[in-house]
Design a protein around this ligand. Structure first.
Ligand code: 5GP
Ligand code: MN
Length: 335
């Protein structure tokens, strides 16, 4: 595995580059990818962002959105781009399983693979990497990437707005413990280089549909379950409920954080019934390792305080299983 700075000679003349990111991309996945995209455009490369699936409507305002190739909607075009790429940049994930079918196509490609990521336990499919599990976001690492290649002065409004979005969303709007003084310095620089912070905040957080707000109301009044003895809160949504509230990609994002916002709650879990499995989001406060529950019992993983997993049992059985394992973590939950 080589450091990414060894890429300098390779990137010194125009290359065909694909930037890809994880399934159902979030703000950091799109922000880091589009930030790097605009940087490579400036450097004269032939560059495309290829996502495995669609992503939330509140990210569609981002610069370069119209040029993104979505694999699940344009399989041939996406496959061709991956096959003909000289370099593939893999952002905000570190295991090819996280990009499903696109992962096999990336694995088969002869392109040089570069990983920029902040998740634990990289699989090792890459030849070059910029990896730091302590970074708040992949967007922060893309800033570091551009800086270490000596191009921080090239950061324009498009790059700054994209990276700002990634940092803002993955740091919980600058409040998680990963929000260091240095991160604030990076953010200050991005604002000076054109990121309109207040407008970006509005575009991402204040553009709910009425259905989405009513869905939240339903979650709080009808679905929130608090288990005080284990300092845990649960919210779940069935297929029928998703249909009733016309849920689209992105509508369920962040619901788990409301469960965690309760005083005395240390662990929050959100269960949602997808086409063929139950997808689970875990969030925790402080020392409690959300990723351990995800890894041990729900074929998942993630960060210490934000993790996810899945189950092929019914929604009800999955929730029961979760409740049954809580006593095992009782000491940690009541510390
Ligand atoms: P979210 O709850 O927002 O979907 O995911 C939170 C974090 O958990 C993600 O940043 C990712 O690191 C991790 N994560 C979510 N789902 C999975 C999964 O199925 N497998 C693994 N390994 N990590 C996941
Ligand atoms: Mn991220």
């Amino acid at each position: 595995m080589q450091s990414f700075t060894a890429l300098t000679p390779i990137l010194s003349n125009p290359k065909r580059i694909v930037i890809t990111t994880h399934h159902k991309p979030d703000g950091d996945a799109m922000g880091s990818s589009l930030g790097l995209y605009h940087y490579f455009l400036l450097k004269g490369h032939d560059v495309h962002v290829v996502t495995p699936t669609d992503y939330p409507y509140f990210l569609h305002w981002m610069p370069g959105n119209a040029e993104v190739v979505i694999f699940s909607e344009q399989q041939n075009k996406a496959t061709e781009l991956v096959h003909s790429a000289d370099l593939i940049f893999c952002l905000d994930f570190n295991n090819l399983k996280r990009i499903y079918e696109l992962g096999e196509i990336v694995a088969q490609s002869d392109a040089i693979k570069v990983m920029i990521d902040h998740h634990l336990e990289p699989e090792g499919f890459d030849q070059y990497r910029l990896w730091n599990a302590e970074a708040c976001s992949t967007a922060e690492l893309v800033y570091q990437f551009i800086k270490e290649l000596g191009d921080v002065e090239l950061i324009n409004k498009n790059i700054a707005s994209s990276l700002y979005t990634g940092i803002m969303t993955d740091s919980g709007s600058f409040r998680y413990p990963s929000t260091t003084a240095n991160l604030h310095r990076i953010v200050a620089d991005l604002i000076e280089r054109g990121a309109d912070n207040s407008r970006i905040h509005q575009l991402v957080y204040d553009t709910y549909t009425e259905d989405r707000l009513r869905l939240l109301g339903h979650c709080f009044t009808e679905k929130l379950e608090v288990i005080p003895q284990h300092r845990t809160a649960i919210i779940s949504l069935s297929k029928e409920e998703l249909k009733k509230y016309n849920v689209v990609t992105g509508d369920t994002e962040g619901i788990v954080n409301y469960a965690l916002s309760l005083n005395n709650v240390k662990l929050a879990a959100f269960f949602v019934e997808r086409a063929d499995l139950i997808k689970i989001s875990f969030r925790s406060k402080g020392e409690f390792p959300a990723n351990e529950i995800a890894k041990k019992y729900f074929q998942g993983g993630g960060h210490h305080n934000a993790a996810g997993g899945q189950s092929i049992q019914t929604l009800q059985l999955t929730i029961e299983k979760f409740k049954n394992i809580l006593p095992e973590f009782n000491d940690l939950l009541n510390q």
